[in-house]
Structure formats: C-alpha cells, structure tokens
Design a protein around this ligand. Structure first.
Ligand code: AMP
Length: 427
C-alpha cells in the first residue's frame, strides 16, 4: 500500500525508517520530510494546513493510509477532513485530540472519571487565579491551557513567581494558548512516558521511555522539546505499567468512547511516578519526539500492520514484539536552541558515525544541499543506539557523536544518567 506520513522531525524519520521494512509498504511519501527522511521516502512539498490539497494528493497517489506525526494537524482536524472523503488515517479526530489541545479538558476528564492526577483548578481570570495560589502551598505549577510547544508550563517555587507566571499567560506570552490556564499541585517523583495504540475500543500498550527535557547536563537550564531519551524506563516496572493501564489509560479510552468521541491513534501519557503510584501529568495525542526514535529501534514487529489495525479497529488481533535491548538517543541541537538556533551550518562525518555498531542516526532539522547536510532547525540530529545495557547504549551513541564534525551544534553529555546510576548501583 502507499502511505503518506505527515511531519518533518526526528520522530517522523524514525517512523519512516521503521515503515520502510514493512512487507505491506509499496510507496512511502512524507510531507514535508527532511534531509534524512529523503533517503527512505519521497518527500513532497504539500501544504499540510490545506486539507483539500492533502485529500487531492491522497486520491492522485492512491494513498491507503495517512499517518500523522505532530499534534498540530490532528488538532486542526486533518483526520476528520480525510475521513469524510474515505481516506484512512492513523491519528485522533479533532474532538479526541482535545486530550492534548486543552490541558483543562484532560484534567476535567481525569477528575470526572477518577483518574489520578495533580489537584487543580482552571482559570480565565488573573485575580481568581492569584486568589487560588494564595490559598495553596508552593511549589505550584501554572500551565497555559493550549498548545505552547512544550513551553507553557511554569513550575513556580513561590507565590510571587506564580503570580508573575499568571500575568505572563494573560498578557499573551503564549498567545491564545494562554488565554485560559490550569493551576495545579506540584508532583514529586520520577517522570516516565507511557505509550499505547488505541483503536477506539481496544488498547495495545507499547513500550515505556524516559526523556530529558532540560537543555543542560544534570537536568539544568531551560526546558526544550527533549534532549534525549531511552527505553525502557526502569521506573515502569510491570506492576507500575499495569496500574497505569488500569487506573489511567483504560478509563480514559472508555470515557472518550462513552462521550461519543472515541480515541484512535497513539496515546502518550506523561506520568509522574509518585509514592502513591502513577499520576497523569498530561496527555499527548501522538508519538513523543525523541521517544519515538528509541521505541522504533526496539520494535521488532511490523509497524505498518499495527498502525493499520489501529485505524481499522482490529488492534485485538495484533501482538507486538520488542527487543530486550535498551535503546538510547542523544539529540544534537544547533547552537542557540531552545532560543533562535543558528541555521545553515554544515554537518560532516555522518556516515562514519552511523558505522558505529548498533547506531542509527535520525534527522530532525536538516536539509540537503547537493551532497552537503545543513542544519535547518533547533533540534537537528538524533544519534540513537541499541545495546544490552543503558551504559553500553550511551557509550555507543557518544562514540558516534565523537565522529560527527559539526562546530555549529551541541548536545548534552549525560543522557541516560539516571538509568546508568541505577545499573551501577545494581551491579
Ligand atoms: P507538560 O507539558 O504538562 O508535560 O509539562 C512539562 C513538564 O513540566 C513535565 O514533563 C514535568 O517535568 C513538569 N510538570 C508538569 N506538571 C507538573 C506537576 N504537576 N508537578 C511537577 N512537574 C510538573
């Protein structure tokens, strides 16, 4: 079958790389793609926000499945518009994508259905928000309700800081996304990402991962889209995964179906593993980036068959196999990121780096200029490695990075530190 993949990040390169090995795949298109995806798919300059143009492309090219990588086209209703013309999609409708598009929506659903999450209230008015903060204990978390590219969450150490965050939201720092806010209790614990395929009714848990949101070593510096990840997340023991399914994922899917907005696609739960068990921090309605990169390296089954079964409502007939190996990815970013990145610098040594045993390099913000690869975004490369232990996977990824000649880029030097410390303590 012909498949159209939407997106241009490292996540989409990893998905494209995995789809490529499917016996069901005839032709793989990617819109818009990037310098690395161009090696495994036909990149097309399709205006993704123009849904009629996407429909036309699918009809003209006999596309049998559209796989949507990022959240924005899902929230904009691309699935709804494709579905009305009979084009099959992997991903939730606009109504179901509210789980990510509105933090308040997800929190209200959690409250209504008894799903464990931080205590919270929603506000559209600064005075009421500040009065709430005055009555609560710090630290406290202020969140823009809408999509803010991972930047709309402020962990405030004191009330004064929370009041500044509230004013920033209502002053338009996050545009429309901050016109409504959620204020919630600070949760202490270890974070983990949990992924499941959902076909409206059936749920198939995928693997777990842990990411590194801060720009600097030792989890310091500003928040980013993610500077690295590894899978599995050791904190997600089988019993913690079962509790997550029973207490968080399954009730959410049942609630969405009962409301007449069944969820189809991949559901990504950001969790805090607290002393009381798993608590929902937030939902995302797509694969994580960079978590997808480590998931795809560990997945041994046919991804396309699984995504098709998700779209067709046949997930109960699918079982997935995962490598027992650990996968770890280090993000290389252009200098300046998460602020305005330096674009156009040349990256050399990628072939030598990819030759390190167990290593796959996924591209994010790159573009090709003849034979040259140039930086074309903030997060640029995902140097990903598989091995028997986190320490070995980490060593392989950094050995590959040592072969990359890119003065315009940087990366964290400690991705996986928490898991490596666990391994060291256990040995
Ligand atoms: P979100 O975009 O909601 O995933 O939040 C981004 C990051 O902020 C999360 O990955 C956590 O590190 C942190 N965070 C969000 N909410 C809380 C909370 N209630 N308690 C502690 N940390 C939080």
């Amino acid at each position: 079958m012909n498949v159209l993949l939407i997106g241009s990040g490292g996540r989409e390169h990893a998905l494209a790389w995995k789809l490529r090995s499917s016996p069901l795949l005839k032709k793989l298109y990617c819109a818009p793609g990037n310098g690395g995806i161009a090696e495994v798919a036909d990149c097309v300059a399709l205006p993704v926000a123009d849904h009629a143009a996407v429909v036309r492309f699918c009809k003209d090219n006999a596309v049998g499945l559209v796989i949507i990588g990022p959240e924005a086209p899902l929230v904009a209703g691309l699935v709804d518009d494709l579905a009305t013309t009979g084009i099959k999609c992997f991903g939730p409708t606009r109504a179901a994508a509210q789980l990510e598009a509105s933090k308040g929506f997800a929190k209200d659903l959690a409250r209504e259905f008894g799903i464990p999450t931080a205590a919270y209230e929603r506000f559209a008015d600064a005075d009421k928000a500040k009065a709430y903060v005055a009555a609560r204990r710090a630290p406290i978390v202020v969140k823009a309700d809408g999509l803010a590219a991972g930047k709309g969450v402020m962990i405030c150490e004191g009330r004064a800081e929370a009041n500044v965050a509230i004013d920033a939201c209502f002053a338009g720092t996050f545009g429309k996304a901050g016109a409504k806010i959620v204020i919630e209790e600070f949760l202490a614990g270890e974070e983990a990402s949990f992924f499941a395929l959902v076909d409206g009714e059936h749920v198939l848990p995928l693997a777990t991962a842990q990411d590194h949101k801060r720009a600097g070593d030792g989890d310091t510096g500003p928040n980013t889209g993610g500077m690295g990840a590894y899978s599995p997340a050791p904190v997600m023991t089988p019993s913690m995964s079962k509790r997550t399914m029973d207490e968080i994922i399954t009730p959410t899917i049942a609630a969405m179906a009962a409301r007449g907005t069944p969820y189809q696609g991949v559901l990504f739960a950001g969790l805090m593993i607290t002393g009381e068990g798993p608590k929902l921090i937030e939902y995302n309605v797509r694969f994580g980036d960079p978590e997808a990169q480590v998931l795809m390296l560990r997945l041994q089954s046919d991804l396309l068959a699984a995504l098709l079964a998700t779209a067709d409502g046949n997930l109960d007939k699918i079982a997935l196999e995962w490598s027992h190996e650990v996968a770890l990815t280090v993000v290389m970013a252009a200098k300046g990121y998460p602020g305005p990145p330096q674009l156009g610098t040349e990256i050399k040594g990628l072939d030598a780096a990819a030759a390190v045993e167990g290593v796959e390099i996924f591209h994010a913000g790159t573009k090709r200029d003849g034979n040259r690869i140039l930086a074309n975004g903030g997060r640029v490369l995902n140097v990903t490695a598989r091995a028997n232990t986190v320490a070995e996977a980490q060593a392989r990824a950094y050995a590959a990075i040592a072969r990359i000649d890119w003065p315009g880029g940087f990366c964290r030097s400690d991705i996986g530190w928490r898991a490596v410390a666990r391994e060291t303590a256990a040995s």
